[in-house]
Design a protein around this ligand. Sequence first.
Ligand code: AQP
Length: 335
Amino acid sequence: MDSKLVFSGVQPTGNLHLGNYLGAVKRFVELQDTNAMCIYCLVDLHAITNWQDPKELRQNTIEVTAAFLACGLRQENSIIFNQSQVSTHTELAWIFNCVARIGWLNRMTQFKEKAGKNRENASLGLYCYPTLMAADILAYHATHVPVGEDQKQHLELTRDIAMKFNNDFKTPGFFPIPEPIIEGTATRIMSLRDGTKKMSKSEASEMSRINLTDDSDSIRKKIQKAKTDPFEIPSEKEELANRPEAENLLGIYATLADQSIEKTLEQFSGSDFKKLKDELSDILISELDPINKEIKKLLNEETYIVEILRKGSDKASDISQPILQKTREIVGFLK
Ligand code: AQP
């Protein structure tokens, strides 16, 4: 086992989409297959920062776990668990609420985007989401965090919290300063309907995203209807500036074909979008079809999934409880 300790989480707020898969879960599987210790969490406490129907939250937790397994995560190699089943996260989050500064939280762009104009009516949980995320990561002394580009600012806040805690309590190095892993051509997959917006579970239009549960016909239909522009595919990367939809589709193709954007442009330059869309549909279907079939199979095995989460939560508690106890001592709480 190498010295890396990897932690990341996904909200069980709906079906995972291509952005979650390429930006996060596929990376999780690659890291699992190195020698690093990997801990992956279904962050249901984060999910409830926006109201969730209780039945749907439960079902989504099962479904996203099934998607994790179908993508290749294995309980033998990674700890897979459910955040609300491990109380360390909320206890540490409270301590971090007292370390983080309001000014830091006020700068978080995701809160501004998600709260929108009706900020006064957003939940307090949505506002302090990043301190809970810091607790998720630091409760395990995680050193590396694979995430999509949208989580970069929250990771920086986690680093600031770790540094301030270590400094305030004169415990240098107690919390490691975690490194984000935001790499590759798929750190920000954009909506199929608007290349300036990220692909997201909460976007109203189903046509804006490819879900891991989509069958081949829906994948083909969504790609055929994806927004494009009237120009042909260029030969140079620079010519993609101001063509966000073209850049997005080519980026997805490049990632799935495991090749550079330059090589992808060479392959498609001078052709219209039909050729790109046809080949993109084919490559997407060959990647996602086995995952889709496996998710369906696993959804018939709910007891097995619930058991994986329970065992994972026990292992996660075993690692994070001693770190919480040490943190309590450092802060000055009685045993
Ligand atoms: N479009 C994306 N491209 C690349 N990576 C992405 N991620 C999310 N969207 C993209 C990454 O997926 C991981 C899990 O995300 P999440 O479910 O915890 O929350 P999110 O980022 O808020 O995802 P959504 O789909 O956009 O949900 P809503 O609509 O509820 O906000 C993270 O590592 C994230 O970076």
